[in-house]
Design a protein around this ligand. Structure first.
Ligand code: ZN
Ligand code: ZN
Length: 170
């Protein structure tokens, strides 16, 4: 199961569409299971790594993935070519990810893009790597037209995620 935990308020309809998109992409149940507050002592833009580490532990089964959803800005990534916005971060070892809607204008009308961001982080949490298919959610986020892709996985990524999910269950 993909456990989605909100750090900020989101429109219930958005959340419904968001979890449905995740279910469709991974074939795994996806639910909003809790809401928590952003830890004290950290400020916007948040260091995604630090924020993810300081968020509360969530009771989850071994094959569960935990996704925190925020509307606050995360610190941009430093690349050799300059800076790139951080849409999210995933920690494979803990199975925990965070995703932000801060870079999406009118997110209620663009749940697909937020879902695409989340799919990449959940994909990484399952052990998927970046993909060369520009439509796929696993396409590298630092390529500008990443934003034009779809809220779905390509056949290759879908099959490898199914394999990883099966392995976790056995
Ligand atoms: Zn990535
Ligand atoms: Zn792919």
């Amino acid at each position: 199961m993909i456990r989605v935990i909100t750090l900020d308020e989101f429109d219930p309809l958005l959340l419904k569409e968001f979890t449905k998109n995740l279910f469709t992409a991974f074939g795994v149940g996806s639910e909003i299971t809790d809401s928590v507050t952003t830890p004290h002592g950290q400020q916007e833009p948040y260091d995604a790594q630090k924020l993810l580490e300081s968020l509360p532990k969530v009771t989850a089964f071994r094959d569960d993935k935990v996704l925190f959803l925020t509307s606050r800005k995360l610190l941009p990534r430093k690349l050799t070519s300059g800076e790139a916005p951080t849409y999210g971060l995933s920690n494979y070892a803990t199975g925990r990810s965070i995703v932000t809607s801060a870079h999406i204008k009118s997110v209620n009308e663009n749940v697909a893009l937020l879902s695409r961001f989340a799919m990449q982080e959940i994909g990484h949490a399952y052990g998927l790597h970046h993909c060369l298919d520009a439509r796929c959610a696993m396409y590298p986020q630092w390529v500008p037209h990443y934003l034009e892709g779809e809220a779905s996985l390509c056949t290759y990524c879908r099959e490898s995620s199914e394999r990883k999910i099966r392995d976790l269950k056995s």
